[in-house]
Structure formats: structure tokens, C-alpha cells
Design a protein around this ligand. Structure first.
Ligand code: SF4
Length: 361
């Protein structure tokens, strides 16, 4: 019989260690389960669960979003974006729209989408107008975007590529000295596409145990127990605690479609900088659908560009350097009702997840 959440918590509490075991997760879905179930409060003092870079909206370059807003306001195109992106603020003078939501309120054509199919539909319904779809997300989102491309995009549909791969930022974190990590809970959704073995570099190259986890409390607790016990034993290997959905080699068809459509390139992460081989761009054969080539760069004078909003510590939250409630603006100037930074806007942002789970201080 499968172990219950209570069983796993007992097992984790039974682990003996006199040194901290810091375990990183890199998935907004994982963080939501951890926060909603209050799992951190059930951990023994030496097992620390760290929220990491699990939010693609949070790391989307500010410049990309700013361009989208400018294109929408200038009437260059109908802009289609995932709902989360609409409220993300950018640095801009008060006289300008500072988010897609504000641009929409000012009369720009901005449409919220739940999937790339929605963007295809908008383009088909408006054949006489260009439509820009903001292709932002991690591998799980880029896979269906590649499927839409392979099926054939309407001529008037253009993509602004802001997609990112997850493993390079984890590799950067593991190589850095300022966040010491003893274990990784690897993202189950990403692994369904890319395969569990994509995370084999964590034990092999960094000597850190890793376990792919699903989204139930039981699956996450199993992964936490697995990596914590390995770390305490001084062992490092890769486990798959989500074998129901994750195969070693992932989804071959999805990966094939992504390879067909995208080049992997160095890419900028908001507040973090350029990470080698961490972004998706359209391959040359799809250049006719590349929004960056089709539309002019629109820029106005602005004091800050590219960074997080003033006072926002999202970049350090994303990198696991501080917990959301260590940001001085958390719950004060920054709440889901009036978010300062992207981590409080997105459903996958750690600040919003913590606040929505009732963590107030
Ligand atoms: Fe940024 Fe708000 Fe999170 Fe602080 S609480 S890091 S201001 S999103």
C-alpha cells in the first residue's frame, strides 16, 4: 500500500542529522502544494525547503513585456498574452501604461489567453490585423506552442519568444557559492516533457541528490524524504517519485516538435542576467512569424529598464536567496491586490503563493 502523507512526514522526522539539509524546488506547482498544505511547518528543524526559480512570468525580461505594451498601445497589433502577464508591472513613466492591463484599459487591443490555441483563434478571427502572441513559459508551455507552430500558424500571427529552459538556472544555482543546496526536488511537469534523466547532471556534476516529484503532498514528501536521506548518507543519485507520468526519456514527440521549431540560445532572465543556453528562439524557417523581426523596437525615455521595480526583491526570491516574507515590501506595499513585482502577480510566483496560503509575516 502506498505511504500516506502522514507516513512520509514521520519518516522525514525520523531522519537524524545535526547539520541543515537545504532542498530546493523549482516549480510553482510544487511551491503551491508545499505552502497550501503547510508542509514547511511540519519539517524537522534541520530540513529546510527553499522556493526557487519556478515562475516563468517572474523571470520574463522586463524589456520583452515593455515592448509588448508599446506595440499594443501603438496599435501595431492585437496582443495576446497569458492572463498572468497582464498585470505584471514594468518600469515606465506614470504617463504611460505600465502593464498590459493598463494598456487594455487605455483602449489597446490586448487579449488574455489560456493556451497558444487561443492566439491562433484570435488571428483567424482577425485576418486583416497582425496578432502578437507572447510565447512565455518553461518547457511545458513551449511544447504546446511548438505543436501549434508545426500544425501551421496563420500568416498574421507573430510570436514574441520569451520561453526559458529550467535546468540551466538550476545548474547556475548549484555552481554558485551563496546558496548552499543539499538536494533538489525536480519539476514533474517539465520532466514529463524532457525526461527524468535531464536532471541526472545534478548528482553527476554537482554531487547533489535529486528526485522528480509530482504535485500531491504525498509525492512531494516522498521526494523530500528521498533527497534528504541521500544527502544525510552522503549519497547522490536521481530518483523518480512521479513514475506515473514521467519516463526517463520524457515525451519524444513533444521534444521532437520543440527541436523542429526552436533554437536554444543564451537568454536574459529578469533581475538575474544572461544564462547560457537557457532560452528558446524560433528557428530560421519560422522567421516570418518572429515578432522581433516584424515589428519596430519602440522605446521611450525611461529611467529604469530591465530591472525589477524599485524595492522589489523578486530576483533574490527566485534564486532562493531569501524567502518571500523576507522582502521588506511583502504584505506592506506589495500584496496580490496591488503587486509591486512579478512574484506577487503570477499564480506561480512564490510571493503570491505564500500570501495566498495565509503566510502573513
Ligand atoms: Fe517583489 Fe512584492 Fe515579492 Fe517583494 S513581496 S519580492 S516586492 S513581488
Amino acid at each position: 500500500m502506498a505511504s500516506s502523507a502522514r507516513d512520509w512526514i514521520e519518516k522525514i522526522r525520523g531522519l537524524e542529522t545535526d547539520r541543515p539539509v537545504r532542498i530546493l524546488n523549482v516549480c510553482g506547482g510544487h511551491e503551491r502544494t508545499l505552502a497550501a498544505a503547510g508542509i514547511r511547518s511540519l519539517m524537522p528543524p534541520n530540513i529546510r525547503l527553499i522556493a526557487g526559480p519556478g515562475c516563468p512570468v517572474c523571470v520574463c525580461p522586463e524589456e520583452d513585456l515593455y515592448q509588448l505594451i508599446r506595440w499594443a498601445v501603438a496599435g501595431e497589433a492585437i496582443v495576446v498574452a497569458f492572463g498572468d502577464m497582464l498585470r505584471v508591472p514594468v518600469n515606465a513613466p506614470k504617463s504611460e501604461a505600465r502593464s498590459l492591463e493598463e494598456a487594455k484599459a487605455a483602449g489597446a487591443d490586448v487579449v488574455a489567453a489560456a493556451s497558444p490555441r487561443d492566439a491562433v483563434e484570435v488571428a483567424r478571427r482577425n485576418p486583416d490585423r497582425p496578432v502578437i502572441f507572447h510565447a512565455v513559459g518553461f518547457e511545458t508551455t513551449l511544447a504546446p506552442i511548438s505543436a501549434a507552430i508545426v500544425e501551421g500558424l496563420p500568416e498574421n500571427l507573430f510570436l514574441l519568444m520569451s520561453g526559458r529552459l529550467t535546468w540551466p538556472i538550476v545548474a547556475q544555482l548549484l555552481a554558485s557559492d551563496d546558496v548552499n543546496l543539499e538536494g533538489l526536488v525536480a519539476p514533474g511537469h517539465v520532466a514529463t516533457i524532457m525526461g527524468a534523466t535531464e536532471w541526472a547532471f545534478v548528482p553527476q556534476e554537482h554531487g547533489v541528490p535529486a528526485a522528480v516529484a509530482g504535485f500531491t503532498a504525498e509525492s512531494l514528501l516522498e521526494a523530500i524524504y528521498t533527497v534528504a536521506s541521500r544527502a544525510i548518507d552522503g549519497a547522490a543519485d536521481l530518483s523518480n517519485c512521479y513514475s506515473l507520468a514521467v519516463r526517463d526519456d520524457g515525451n519524444a514527440l513533444a521534444r521532437q516538435m520543440m527541436q523542429e521549431c526552436f533554437e536554444v540560445t543564451d537568454a536574459n532572465w529578469r533581475g538575474i542576467g544572461v544564462i547560457p543556453n537557457s532560452g528558446f528562439e524560433l528557428k530560421e524557417k519560422y522567421a516570418a512569424h518572429d515578432a522581433r523581426r516584424r515589428f519596430p523596437v519602440l522605446e521611450t525615455d525611461r529611467k529604469r529598464a530591465g530591472q525589477m521595480p524599485a524595492g522589489c526583491d523578486c530576483a533574490r526570491v527566485v534564486m532562493g536567496r531569501i524567502a518571500p516574507n523576507e522582502c521588506v515590501l511583502y504584505g506592506a506595499a506589495c500584496t496580490p491586490r496591488s503587486p509591486v513585482g512579478p512574484c506577487m502577480v503570477s499564480d506561480e510566483g512564490a510571493c503570491r503563493i505564500w500570501w495566498s496560503s495565509g503566510i502573513r509575516e
